[in-house]
Unconditional design. Structure first.
Length: 299
């Protein structure tokens, strides 16, 4: 059973979008996934997103996705919310993934806007509704128009929020004005999906983060969040500014690539990438080391 949650924080406050460790030959590394999940929860994560973009979901099979959920739930499911990515640009496939994630023990679902096909808002509404109707699990929407090609409009957010199992949104839209209106009107639990905007989104009503840099700096993210909740704006801003080199360094290229490189530098499970993602060059690795050092990360 997942840890206790509230309607305001249905998945906790600090979640890391976890990479999927692979063995040296590119196979799924379930032991490594359990060790990494344990490390991340020990560091202070309330939850983990598995089978998201950072988990290389485009290149893992349905069977691998289910295996990963089972392994992570077994490792940390009594201490953290395990939220499984189930979104694709095919509604029937997404429904299938949602049901398989539920059967594997996931505590919730992350569903991204259908990508590439650019559906109208009515198609987006019906897509998410079908996923939410498919299981008894709570659903976090994922609004990332830079990847999907289309945003979830505020009106669609408001309509989706009427569904009893659509409870949250991961916001990677990069628009604080639209976020402000959507938070106010939908009353969904709002999670920052853009690490550079973690603190600004808190200021307009977000309750927490779904982070990539959480692989490295979860204690600092928690400290910033706690400072904000306690009204210590100066302290929250200080931590935000301290982390700027980390935010910048981790997104100089694709975030999975840098996350796995950084984890490898720390001796944590990560393994290789699956094409079309490729390893950092030696020059890029040195730049990442400089960025992380500037943000206080010990390697």
């Amino acid at each position: 059973m997942a840890p206790t949650s509230t309607s305001q924080t249905p998945f906790g406050r600090v979640l890391t979008a976890m990479v999927t460790p692979f063995t040296a030959d590119g196979a799924l590394d379930l032991d490594g996934a359990q060790r990494l999940a344990t490390h991340l929860v020990d560091a202070g994560n309330d939850g983990l997103i598995v089978n998201g973009t950072t988990g290389e979901s485009p290149t893992t099979s349905d069977a691998e996705k289910a295996e990963l959920v089972r392994a992570v739930v077994e490792a940390v499911g009594d201490r953290a919310h395990v939220v499984a990515g189930a979104g694709t640009n095919d509604t029937r496939h997404s429904v299938k993934l949602a049901r398989e994630a539920e059967q594997a023990g996931a505590h919730g679902l992350l569903a991204v806007t259908p990508y590439y096909s650019k559906p109208p808002q009515e198609g987006i509404l019906q897509h998410f509704t079908a996923i939410a109707n498919a299981t008894g699990l709570p659903v976090m929407l994922y609004d990332i128009p830079g990847r999907s090609g289309v945003p979830i409009s505020t009106e669609t957010m408001v309509r989706l929020a009427e569904h009893p199992r659509i409870v949250a949104n991961k916001d990677a839209k990069g628009d604080l004005g639209r976020a402000s209106w959507a938070i106010a009107r939908s009353r969904l639990a709002w999670y920052s999906g853009d690490d550079m905007l973690n603190l600004p989104l808190l200021s307009v009503g977000a309750v927490g983060f779904v982070s990539v840099v959480g692989h490295l700096v979860t204690p600092e993210l928690r400290a910033m969040l706690e400072a904000h909740l306690q009204g210590d704006v100066a302290k929250a801003t200080e931590i935000h500014q301290q982390l700027l080199p980390v935010f910048t360094g981790m997104f100089r290229t694709q975030g999975v690539i840098t996350s796995k490189a950084a984890l490898a530098l720390q001796g944590l499970p990560a393994g290789p990438l699956r094409l079309p993602l490729v390893e950092l060059t030696p020059e890029e690795t040195e730049q990442l080391k400089r960025d992380l050092a500037a943000g206080g990360v010990q390697l």
